[in-house]
Design a protein around this ligand. Structure first.
Ligand code: SF4
Ligand code: SF4
Length: 213
């Protein structure tokens, strides 16, 4: 069943317009601020934070956008136009990705956008993925009746880390059946928690099917 999701809209700003960027983020969007740096302007994310702080201070969509470009830590801005917001520099290798988010969203006039996603007819995130399995996942997969699920051909190992195996031809998870999970009740935590409508989801849909949300 399709789910309605409200996601932040991305905008690109130069540092001169930091005040506008902060206003955009406070109204629900996310921003990339280009600041002077050695080798040319560098991309910094400007993201919302609530006033409380703590581990859940950042909304899920913003946090997963950071993860999508391999960032985990941010700094809370202490003064100026963007006081109280989060910022973090994007590695040069991922600047093209955040630029793409801004280009994709340039047609949306407001700072948030509603979209409908139906995981039951998508499964993009079940293709060419990297689902790491911990002991709890392995125990749930195996249960009392399927010791085969924690061995080849269902599991692959990379540098000692256990992962769900992918079909060598299609790149799909070996448990994917059409667009449905063949082990839904036993699926690993990383599959359960993958949040629809965040940037990693939108990246999967774009990279696997060319869909732009
Ligand atoms: S890519 Fe997104 S919409 Fe598609 S199945 Fe995964 S979470 Fe759902
Ligand atoms: S276990 Fe299920 S939800 Fe997880 S990647 Fe495979 S098919 Fe998708």
């Amino acid at each position: 069943m399709a789910e309605k999701i409200l996601r932040p809209v991305w905008r690109s700003f130069t540092e001169k317009f930091l005040g506008n960027a902060a206003e955009w983020v406070r109204s629900g969007g996310c921003a990339v601020v280009w600041r002077p740096a050695k080798g040319g302007p560098a991309a910094w994310l400007l993201l919302p934070l609530d006033d409380e702080g703590g581990v859940d201070a950042m909304p899920e969509a913003a946090y997963w956008a950071m993860l999508a470009v391999y960032l985990e830590k941010y700094k809370r801005i202490a003064r100026g136009h963007a006081k109280g917001l989060a910022t973090v520099r994007v590695a040069r290798a991922y600047e093209h990705e955040v630029e793409h988010w801004c280009e994709r969203d340039s047609k949306y006039p407001t700072s948030t956008r509603e979209l409908e996603l139906d995981c039951m007819t998508c499964a993009a995130c079940c293709i060419n993925n990297r689902v790491v399995l911990d002991d709890e996942d392995l125990a749930r997969l195996e249960g009392k009746d399927r010791p085969d699920l924690v061995k080849k051909p269902y599991i692959r190992t990379e540098k000692g880390v256990k992962l769900l195996a992918l079909d060598k031809g299609t790149g799909a998870c070996v448990h994917l059946n059409g667009t449905l999970c063949g082990i839904y009740e036993r699926r690993p935590d990383n599959c359960r928690w993958f949040p629809a409508g965040t940037e990693p989801c939108l990246i999967s849909r774009r990279d696997e099917f060319g869909w732009v949300d």
